[in-house]
Structures are given as structure tokens and as C-alpha cells.
Design a protein around this ligand. Structure first.
Ligand code: SAH
Ligand code: SF4
Length: 342
């Protein structure tokens, strides 16, 4: 049976109409799902019995079972959830002065296989359904007892490898009758699947796009991300320019700093050369050590120097302050534990 949280407002409306129900029932159902946040059709008191029967026989609710909850010294929380089919996924909630943000997973495992990333060590098992992504937000909100204000798709998985579901998710999160989270508070991060960047641009959503570049040249990037052999840096930059033209939105470039791999002075200079005429914002992220890799975090003095060179070169850049490091909840450290359970 399909998850009731899999459908955008428009999709559900169409389904109801096709099945002989009134259009306005969509608002009522969504009110139960996203305002009252109930998880049973039985509780939808204002629906006629034929509609209830229809819903009950065709749709179901995903219930994420909380398997583990870890809280960091800085308030960051990591939730490990079990899905109906037994697969495990992780979400991380971070507390900021401007509100709560959640980092959610989009796939079980990831096929992109970047050499530095924990999630990439597990081959993709399957894509997450829309409802499984929506529920990460709803369930985490319930568990912390507070509203989530922003959502980043930076957990396990490559969002653009689960493109259609991710777009639906963004629509549900953004919809006024859905979770009503502003498009500018939603961020999708991709390893650079170029054709999907064009598709995303054409949708003209006002959602933030972040690109995991991590290197200024193909030489360096090939070592870190094998996907670069298919979608080179030049192709990515071209796609970014198209995205900018279509949406008028600035892209964020993510750049993890790994000692002696991409944090050298020459890398900073090459990055300036690459990006000086592209309207981007650069987010430097100190690498989080992952077991089973030989990469080390760039030392603090290299991080600062790198930042300084980029600034001097006229780039708009910040060095990200990390959260949740002590509970392995920082970016790229999630690994869904599927392997450990086999
Ligand atoms: N697959 C998408 C989104 C999930 S990864 C992507 O790659 O963009 C989210 C971010 O964490 C990416 O920028 C990724 O490169 C980064 N990341 C992965 N492993 C990391 C690590 N060990 N330390 C710091 N950042 C990491
Ligand atoms: Fe997948 Fe992103 Fe990790 Fe690469 S960095 S393996 S794309 S999750």
C-alpha cells in the first residue's frame, strides 16, 4: 500500500477527483496530516465514510520507529529510525539561534561512492519514498517537541539520484497547507549530477541549491569523487550558470577541507581562478574523519589560511562551524548502520 504522505497536494487532489470525491477534501485530509499531524485515518472525523473506506483500503501511514536517539553537548540530536521494511535511516536536528534545522536522508546508502564519505561506503539499497522523507521531519518535530524551521537534504544519499521523490518532498514541505516551510529555508545538496541540475533549474523553485565541489581542478576532484569522471568541473560550472540565469538564485559551493589533498595554497588559488566570475557563495567545511579512509581533517591553521586566501581573492566565503561532532552527527558521518546489522 502507498504511503499517504507520498502525495503532493495537487497529486492527492487529482486522485480524489478521479475517484469521485470532492476537491476540497484534499484540504481536510492535509489538515489532519500536516496541521494536526495525526497518524491514523480513524481520527479524520470530518470525512464521509465512503472516503474513509477508500483511504483505508488504498493508503497507509509510515511510522518511523525510533531505534536510537543521541544528544550532543551542543544540543544537536541524531535520530536512528527503522522503516517498515527494516531498513534504518538517520536524521540530525541542529539548534541555531535562528531556529531548528534538520538534516534528512534521501536514500538508503549512496551509489555515488565518494572516497571520503561514510554514506558512500554503503551501496544504495533503495531510494526513500516521499513519505519516508516527510516523516523524518514530522517525527523529529514530535520528538523534540518543537517546530523545525529549515530542512537540508544532506543526510545519507544523493538527492538528485532520487529526483522525482525529492521534488515532491520539497513541494510538500513548502506548501502552505503542508509544512509551510519557506522555499529559502529548504536546501538540496548534490554531488553534481549535471542533467538534474538543468532539470532543477527549469522547475524554478526558490529552494537553495548546494553543490559539493570539494576541489578546484578535475585532477583533485577525480580522486575524491568518481562521479567527476562523468560530470567534470567545467560541466558543473556551466550548469550552475544556467541555474543562475533561470532562477536568479545564488548557488552554495560546498568545499570540505582535507589535509594535503585540497587545502593547499595552490588549491585556494585555483579555486579563485575557477569561481571569480561565478556568482556563488562558498561554504568551507572542515573534513570529519571517517574510519576506513586515509583522509585527515585540515589543521585549523590551514583552514584559516585557505579562508583568508579566498577572501583576499574576492570570493564570498565562510568557514562552517560544526555541530554534533561528538555524536558522529556531523555532515558526511551518517552511515545508516545497515551494514552493522547484517
Ligand atoms: N549526496 C549529497 C548530499 C549528502 S552529503 C552531496 O554529496 O552533496 C552532504 C555533504 O556532506 C556533502 O557536501 C558531502 O560532500 C559532505 N561530506 C561527506 N562526507 C563528509 C565528511 N566526512 N566530512 C565533512 N563533510 C562530508
Ligand atoms: Fe553520496 Fe554525497 Fe556521500 Fe558522495 S558525499 S557518497 S554523493 S552522500
Amino acid at each position: 500500500m502507498n504511503l499517504i504522505h507520498n502525495y503532493t497536494f495537487e497529486d492527492l487532489q487529482e486522485i480524489l477527483l478521479e475517484n469521485g470525491f470532492k476537491k476540497y477534501r484534499t484540504s481536510q485530509i492535509w489538515d489532519w496530516l500536516y496541521d494536526k499531524k495525526i497518524n491514523s485515518f480513524e481520527l479524520m472525523k470530518n470525512l464521509p465514510s465512503d472516503l474513509l473506506t477508500y483511504l483505508k483500503t488504498n493508503y497507509t501511514f509510515e511510522s518511523l520507529e525510533l531505534v536510537e536517539r543521541q544528544t550532543s553537548k551542543d544540543g544537536t540530536e541524531k535520530f536512528l529510525y527503522k522503516l517498515r521494511d527494516g531498513n534504518l535511516i538517520e536524521s540530525v536536528v541542529m539548534r541555531h539561534h535562528y531556529g531548528n534545522s534538520i538534516c534528512i536522508s534521501t536514500q538508503i546508502g549512496c551509489n555515488i561512492g565518494c572516497s571520503f564519505c561514510a554514506s558512500g561506503q554503503i551501496k544504495r539499497v533503495r531510494n526513500l519514498e516521499v513519505g519516508e522523507m516527510v516523516l523524518q521531519v514530522l517525527e523529529s518535530e514530535r520528538l523534540i517537541g518543537e517546530k523545525i524551521d529549515s530542512v537540508v537534504l544532506m543526510g545519507i544519499g544523493e538527492p538528485f539520484d532520487n529526483f522525482d521523490n525529492v521534488i515532491k518532498l520539497l513541494k510538500i514541505l513548502n506548501h502552505q497547507k503542508g509544512l509551510n516551510i519557506g522555499a529559502r529555508k529548504l536546501t538540496v545538496s548534490t554531488s553534481g549530477i549535471v542533467p538534474r541540475i538543468y532539470d532543477f533549474a527549469d522547475l524554478k523553485l526558490q529552494v537553495n541549491l548546494a553543490i559539493s565541489l570539494h576541489a578546484p581542478t578535475d585532477d583533485v576532484r577525480n580522486k575524491l569523487m568518481k562521479i567527476n569522471r562523468i560530470y567534470s568541473i567545467a560541466k558543473i560550472i556551466e550548469a550552475l550558470k544556467y541555474y543562475l540565469e533561470q532562477t536568479n538564485r545564488r548557488v552554495t559551493i560546498e568545499y570540505i577541507l582535507i589535509e594535503d589533498v585540497n587545502d593547499r595554497e595552490i588549491d585556494a588559488l585555483n579555486l579563485i581562478e575557477l569561481l571569480k566570475d561565478v556568482n556563488v557563495y562558498i561554504n568551507l567545511i572542515p573534513y570529519n574523519k571517517v574510519l576506513g579512509t586515509n583522509y585527515e581533517r585540515s589543521p585549523e591553521k590551514n583552514q584559516k589560511k585557505f579562508l583568508h586566501i579566498l577572501k583576499r581573492g574576492g570570493l564570498d566565503v565562510t568557514l562552517r562551524k560544526e555541530q554534533g561532532h561528538d555524536i558522529d552527527a556531523a555532515c558526511g558521518q551518517l552511515r545508516s548502520k545497515t551494514e552493522k546489522n547484517k
